[in-house]
Design a protein around this ligand. Structure first.
Ligand code: PBG
Length: 357
């Protein structure tokens, strides 16, 4: 009886594939191609010029004009899409600016679709928090004990109106990000009743109550916590960072309600969730590398504590390796532009030494 030989040193040399950049490129299991990346964009109402967001270096709150230019750059770079957030000048307790056809978000969607056409996908955040004067993702009500809560079912009707307004403005994809139960079904029904079977729903299915959203709240001028009679945080609707099975339940519910893709958010601290979701469903899986994830790398790089470009690539490769088909990242444009640089030829030079070294 012959035994199968076990390959071992020196016949097994995994380092062969690591010898040069060209070797490594050939066997890379994970890539960061532009088509998988989505750039989040912010547009402000009544801005005279783009307003930088200090905690997100390089990111601005756009004017309608500068937004159009940014979307053109995204399309030219071959990005998969842009995800649009609107920052209205006036907010109210219902968030009515969200479904006003003349509201900043809906106007900006129409601007972008008019600018990029079908060259890249125009996605819109479908949530009330930028539009409410209390900063919550839904309307407020009271529970049986008289406590102030975010009223799930009253919120769904507003999301339905918002979906219809975004579709009417031309959005290709709507991103349901409020973590209300039943929101995907409500939005799908609303779109279909307007004959908009073509508009896709990207469900923020597993969105955690995260400290990493800090810089974003500055970006959108969030009023969260401003109304002391409302809940202080989002923990009664966004998920507990302790849970992963709960994320799978959320994801399956969203798919059953008609989600065309599901998202995990944040990304970097939730790679196990990304991997579990990828294994659980067939629809595309997205992951959102959020503002705080960006800010940590930028801040450390600014102090010279970390190699910025390598850290960016590593964070994004990790998210893709965990199973995300689509990655939302504030670095999308920069990464897309540098992703497919040819390796310079070094004839005669041995880079990286020999296998024996
Ligand atoms: C809510 C929303 C949030 C983000 C995008 N949409 C989070 C929140 O305020 O709870 C966070 C994005 C980021 O931090 O980059 N509609």
């Amino acid at each position: 009886m012959t035994q199968t030989p076990v390959a071992r040193f020196p016949t097994a040399r995994p380092r062969r594939w690591r010898a040069t950049p060209a070797h490594r490129r050939l066997v890379a299991e994970t890539t960061l191609h532009a088509g998988a990346l989505v750039l989040p964009l912010f547009v402000g109402e009544d801005l005279a010029e783009p307003a930088p967001i200090p905690s997100m270096p390089g990111v601005v709150r756009h004017t309608r004009d500068s937004l159009r230019a940014a979307a053109e750059q995204a399309a030219d770079a071959g990005l998969g899409g842009v995800m649009l957030f609107g920052v209205p000048a006036a907010k109210d307790c219902e968030g009515s600016g969200a479904w006003d056809p003349h509201g900043i978000l809906n106007r900006a969607i129409a601007d972008l679709v008019g600018t990029v056409g079908d060259a890249t996908l125009v996605m819109a955040d479908l949530c009330l928090d930028e539009f409410t004067d209390h900063g919550h993702c839904g309307v407020l009500g009271a529970d049986g004990a008289g406590r102030s809560v975010v009223d799930n079912d009253a919120t769904l009707g507003r999301y339905a109106l918002m979906a219809q307004a975004q579709a009417a403005a031309g959005a290709h994809v709507v991103g349901t990000s409020g973590m209300m139960d039943g929101q995907v079904g409500a939005v799908r029904d609303a779109l279909d009743s307007d004959g908009r079977h073509d508009v896709a729903v990207l469900a923020y299915a597993a969105k955690y109550a995260s400290a990493f959203y800090g810089p974003f709240r500055e970006a959108v001028d969030s009023c969260l916590g401003a109304d002391p009679s409302g809940p202080a945080d989002r923990a009664s609707y966004q998920q507990d960072p302790a849970n992963v099975r709960e994320a799978l339940r959320e994801v399956r519910l969203d798919v059953a309600e008609g989600a065309d893709a599901v998202m995990v958010k944040p990304a970097g601290s939730y790679l196990d969730v990304v991997a579990a979701v990828r294994a659980a469903v067939e629809v595309p899986v997205a992951a959102y590398q959020v503002s705080g994830e960006m800010a940590m790398v930028e801040a450390a790089a600014e102090r010279g504590w970390i190699d910025r470009d390598r850290a960016i690539t590593e964070t994004l490769l990790s998210i893709r390796r965990a199973g995300a088909d689509i990655v939302l990242t504030y670095w999308a444009l920069e990464v897309a532009r540098s992703a497919t640089r040819p390796i310079p030829s070094r004839v005669g030079a041995v880079s990286g030494g020999t296998l024996q070294s």
